[in-house]
Design a protein around this ligand. Sequence first.
Ligand SMILES: [Zn+2]
Length: 315
Amino acid sequence: MASDPIVDSPVLVLEGNILWQFENLSEFGTQTLKMQVALGTLSGEILLDMSAAPPKGPRVAKQSTGVPEINVDLSHLEMLWAFIYGWMVVYEERVQKQQIDPTKLINAETTKLVNRAQELLAWSASLRESYTAWPASLPSPRHYATEQEEWYGLKANLVFQKAVAFLLSHERAHAALGHLEVIQRADGAGFRLDMERDADAAAYDDLLGQSLDDREKAPEAWAVVSVMLSTFYLYKAPRNALLPSGHPALHHRVAHMLRRLALADPHYDYYFSFLCRLVLQAVFPEVLQPTRQFDDWEDALTDALDRLDHLSGAQ
Ligand SMILES: [Zn+2]
């Protein structure tokens, strides 16, 4: 079933940056992307599916030539950028700044900034039902109504590029580790969870290989957390993401990435744990009542993960 292509997508202004990320993925083991391409273990091109259809996550598949190629949906890139921008604005303006100074009044400009970010988030969450074009009036990589929006947009661009690098690196790892052959075997499905964990680990090492302190790795942490949390936006029934099906249960992937980030500075540990709790709360309002109070952010996140375990067990 072919759908019409997306016309004039605003994320395509970042196409050059995405290709740069792909061409400059760090060495895999001892192999550069160029070597993988020369060996025929990965195509040097990315297949961009422009269909105006609900987004699916990236995947890697063998072409008719036998060479694996990474496929990316343009609708997924749009959803991902909108997710990052939207949550960044809402979280920083509505939660972080208020917690730092609860007496600070929210002015009309900030209210507008947050409302527009929330509208963008609502659009990105709606894509899983049916694709609609990016609302032209809302923020995008090529349209900002104010300087504040542009400031957040530039921050979102950086995180988005790193998130895309993580996704591409994950798919590249599947090809480089021989996973495609295993998956095709009759008994391959049993290895699938381990292969997904290996691909996540390889992508993580690619993005966060060099030792960075907590402040330096904040954009990477945003990227990894966004990749995981935005995956809930790919499911018409987000509950299904809580069950392992190919990939490990999504809330476990979120928790695993937070553990790997091992943010030592309490400020950053809190920042990302609480962000995860808030997004999970928005995705599962029926089980994560926002009014509950917790002693600390670790309890709040642990509580969310436990409740989601319970929910997935109840299915
Ligand atoms: Zn995978």
